[in-house]
Design a protein around this ligand. Structure first.
Ligand SMILES: C[C@](O)(C(=O)O)[C@H](CC(=O)O)C(=O)O
Length: 311
C-alpha cells in the first residue's frame, strides 16, 4: 500500500509489525520457527547477519550481560524492556520473542509489562508461574504461585493487549513440571490458554515423550520448546522438535555460551602472552560493519552528509 503526503508524494510500504510477521510464520503449520537466543545488540546483529527469521531475547543472558548477575529475578521490567526495545528495533522485520519472567508483579504490573513490550516492538513475550523471586527454570528448588494467581497474570496481559488492539503474542510458560508434575503443568497451560495465551511453553521437559504428549494435548495451540543444552531437556534439533509437534524452538544459550569461551580464551592469552592473538581480519571497521556501519553511513549520505566519506 502507498500513501500520498501533501505535495511531497511519498511512496511508503505499510509495514507489517513484527508481531504480525510472527503470526504469519506461525500460520504455516509445516514450519518450525527457530529463534536463537541473543543477549545484547552485538549478538543480535550476528544472528541477523546469519539470516534467522526470528530472535529470542534470553532473560538469563540479559541478567548476565546487562547486570552481571545470575538469573534469579534481578532484572526489573525496565531492565528487560529497555534491552528488548534495542534488540527488537535493530531489524523490525525480524520478530523478537522476549522473556518477561513473572510479568514483574500483580495484574496491574503484568498489564504494564505487556504494554511496555508492545510499545518496544516485541513480537511475543513469555510469562511464567514462578514466584517473584524466580530462578532459571533449569535450577532446582523452584517455587510456584497458585493456578489462580498465574491465570490472573495471563488474563491481565490479554486484557491489556485487547485495550491496545495489539497483535503481540502471549506465551504462557509453566514451571510446574519440576515441582508438581506433568498433569498439573497441563492444567496450568490449559487454564492459561483459556485466559488468553496464544502459545504454550512447558519449561524443563525431561524426555522426548513429554514433548510429544504436551504438543498433542495442547493442539491446536502451538507449543514452544526451550532448548537449553546441558539443562533438564534432552538435546534436539529443530527437525526433531518438529517431529514431536513443536512449532517454535528457542536456543537461549546459543550466543552467550560461545561468547564465554571465546572471551575467556582471549583474556587468558593476554595474561599469559601479553597479546590478544585476535584474528587479523577483525579490524575496527569489521566490528562496526557487524553493527550497521553501512546503514548508518547511508542515512547520513542520503541526508546530504559527507561526514563519513572517508571511512
Ligand atoms: C529461557 C530462559 O528463561 C532464559 O532466560 O533464556 C532460561 C534459560 C536458562 O537460564 O537456562 C530458563 O529456562 O529459565
Amino acid at each position: 500500500m502507498t500513501e500520498a503526503n501533501g505535495n511531497n508524494a511519498v511512496a511508503r510500504a505499510t509495514p507489517v509489525s513484527a508481531a504480525q510477521r510472527l503470526r504469519q510464520l506461525l500460520s504455516d503449520s509445516d514450519k518450525i520457527i527457530v529463534a536463537p537466543g541473543v543477549y545484547d545488540g552485538f549478538s543480535a546483529r550476528i544472528a541477523l547477519e546469519v539470516g534467522f527469521e526470528c530472535l529470542y531475547m534470553t532473560g538469563a543472558g540479559t541478567c548476565a550481560s546487562k547486570l552481571g548477575q545470575p538469573d534469579l529475578g534481578f532484572a526489573t521490567l525496565n531492565d528487560m524492556r529497555e534491552h528488548a526495545e534495542m534488540i527488537a528495533n535493530l531489524n523490525t522485520s525480524v520478530p523478537l520473542i522476549a522473556d518477561a519472567d513473572t510479568g514483574y508483579g500483580g495484574p496491574n504490573m503484568v498489564a504494564r509489562t505487556l504494554s511496555a513490550y508492545h510499545r518496544a516492538g516485541v513480537a511475543a513475550l513469555h510469562i511464567e508461574d514462578q514466584i517473584q523471586t524466580k530462578r532459571c527454570g533449569h535450577l532446582g528448588g523452584k517455587e510456584l504461585v497458585d493456578i489462580a494467581t498465574y491465570t490472573s497474570r495471563i488474563a491481565a496481559a490479554a486484557q491489556a493487549r485487547e485495550k491496545l488492539c495489539s497483535p503481540i503474542l502471549i506465551i504462557a510458560r509453566t514451571d510446574a513440571l519440576q515441582t508438581s508434575g506433568f498433569d498439573d503443568a497441563v492444567r496450568r497451560l490449559q487454564a492459561a490458554v483459556a485466559a488468553g495465551a496464544d502459545i504454550a511453553f512447558l519449561e524443563g521437559i525431561t524426555t522426548r515423550e513429554e514433548g510429544r504428549r504436551i504438543c498433542e494435548i495442547m493442539r491446536p495451540t502451538p507449543v514452544l520448546l526451550n532448548m537449553v543444552e546441558h539443562g533438564a531437556t534432552p538435546s534436539m534439533t529443530p527437525a526433531e522438535a518438529q517431529e514431536l509437534g513443536f512449532r517454535i524452538v528457542i536456543f537461549p544459550f546459543a550466543a552467550i555460551a560461545p561468547a564465554y569461551a571465546a572471551i575467556r580464551e582471549s583474556m587468558v592469552r593476554i595474561k599469559e602472552t601479553g597479546r590478544t592473538g585476535l584474528e587479523e581480519g577483525f579490524t575496527p571497521k569489521k566490528l562496526f560493519e557487524v553493527v550497521g556501519l553501512k546503514e548508518a553511513t547511508a542515512v547520513d549520505a542520503a541526508a546530504g552528509g559527507v561526514m563519513y566519506n572517508k571511512i
